[in-house]
Design a protein around this ligand. Structure first.
Ligand code: ZN
Length: 394
């Protein structure tokens, strides 16, 4: 028999488990390129920003139960730092209000517009026959829809620049149904410094020269944001934060809420400051949080390779060695203009991930946790409600 897993076996397990992806970007493609969410698009194998890797037919095929749909409004710094992009968006802005907004508008307003637009996209998909999709704007709705077997979408925001430096905007997002904020992104923002995240091979045509790896922590405003998120129950995503900022967040949080990194790797496998140290891993476990492994080879290995399922599994095995399987989830980052592994290039292929875990000897109960149970625990303790998950020591 060796390591051959019967097809039926892994598919049965995959179907039985709840699958939650903590970081995907369908809204980027539907907003920028007006792609239809209800249509099945060809994913293609290679890096291609125009390809669509997350659409409703693929989500259904992949056995996905819930997604955190990351809304990303490009930083003004990125447009300043990327002349071809600035010119393209500026040109499109001559004809389209939407692109004029991206080019010159207030980041908070533009982010809200993107949320509205994605909700309209989902509504039109429902009209086209996808009755099973729902947007959850509170934890209670999330649990209800998931229990009813709905494909449940939750809004999240990537990059604290979307707050526009105003604390009151945090509550406006929260009341709009945003459950999670990724504090940092490609450029320093009002919340604090960043480790960047644009890979060197994509720094073409003189773009991204000012995207740097920083080492500073949170600003005073950033500390206020963290404190307010803990109070309200908005999930704090530390992806793209510096090591110093992560340490500050652990301290401020003091195990009151589960903290997460929604799309990362580990430094033991690839030493880049965006990836988590063993100390980070233990501290995330300590507050009952979760580490969502990214499906992008670049962050999972020192050496370039095309296939990546083995790298994802090895990253998971490393975290398991440090804290067991209670603090591992997935955050694929599909459609975030990423370069996914050739052997799992879109969300429809998620059953292959379950198969890989089984092949690597993970027990069914562990797979259940990694696919969705850990994410569910974090959502229950971190979204709304009162503070105070039970701290665990590692
Ligand atoms: Zn990111």
């Amino acid at each position: 028999m060796g390591k051959t897993i019967a097809k039926k076996n892994y598919l049965t397990i995959h179907e039985r488990c709840k699958l939650i992806d903590f970081h995907v970007h369908p809204a980027l493609k539907t907003y920028l390129f007006c792609t239809k969410f209800y249509k099945r698009h060809k994913a293609g194998g290679a890096w291609n920003p125009l390809r669509v890797r997350v659409d409703l037919p693929k989500l259904t095929e992949g056995g996905v139960n819930g997604i955190f749909s990351a809304i990303y409004c490009p930083e003004k710094e990125m447009l300043d730092d990327c002349m071809p992009l600035r010119m393209a968006i500026g040109f499109l802005g001559l004809f389209s209000k939407k692109f004029r907004g991206i080019s010159k508008g207030n980041r908070f307003d533009e982010t809200m517009k993107m949320i509205d637009s994605f909700e309209n996209t989902v509504s039109s998909a429902v009209k086209k026959g996808f009755q099973n999709v729902k947007i959850a704007r509170s934890r209670a709705e999330f649990e209800e829809f998931l229990d009813k077997g709905k494909l449940t979408i939750v809004h999240s925001i990537e990059g604290g620049h979307s707050l526009g430096g105003k604390l009151e905007n945090l509550e406006k997002f929260f009341n709009r149904g945003v459950a999670l904020l990724t504090l940092a992104h490609f450029y320093e923002n009002e919340i604090g410094q960043t480790v960047g995240g644009i890979i060197d091979s994509k720094k073409m045509f003189g773009c991204f020269k000012h995207s740097v790896i920083q080492e500073g922590g949170l600003s005073d405003f950033g500390r206020d944001v963290v404190e307010e998120m803990i109070r309200m129950g908005m999930l704090i995503d530390m992806t793209h934060c510096t090591l110093k900022a992560r340490q500050e967040i652990f301290e401020i949080n003091n195990n009151r809420r589960p903290l997460i990194c929604s799309h990362v790797g580990v430094q033991a496998r690839f030493q880049h400051p965006i990836n988590l140290t063993d100390d980070d891993i233990k501290k995330i476990a300590g507050c009952g949080g979760t580490i969502c492994v990214i499906f992008m080879n670049h962050w999972l290995s020192e050496k370039p390779q095309k296939d990546g399922l083995d790298l994802i599994v090895k990253t998971i095995e490393h975290i398991r060695k440090k804290t067991g399987t209670d603090f591992i989830s997935v955050g694929t980052d599909f459609d975030g203009f990423t370069d996914p592994p050739d052997d799992i290039k879109d969300i429809a292929e998620m059953p292959k991930f379950t198969e890989s875990l089984l092949k690597a000897g993970f027990k069914e109960t562990d797979i259940e946790k990694i696919l969705g149970e850990n994410a569910l625990r974090v959502i229950r303790a971190g979204w709304g409600g009162k503070t105070g998950p039970d701290p665990v020591s590692y």
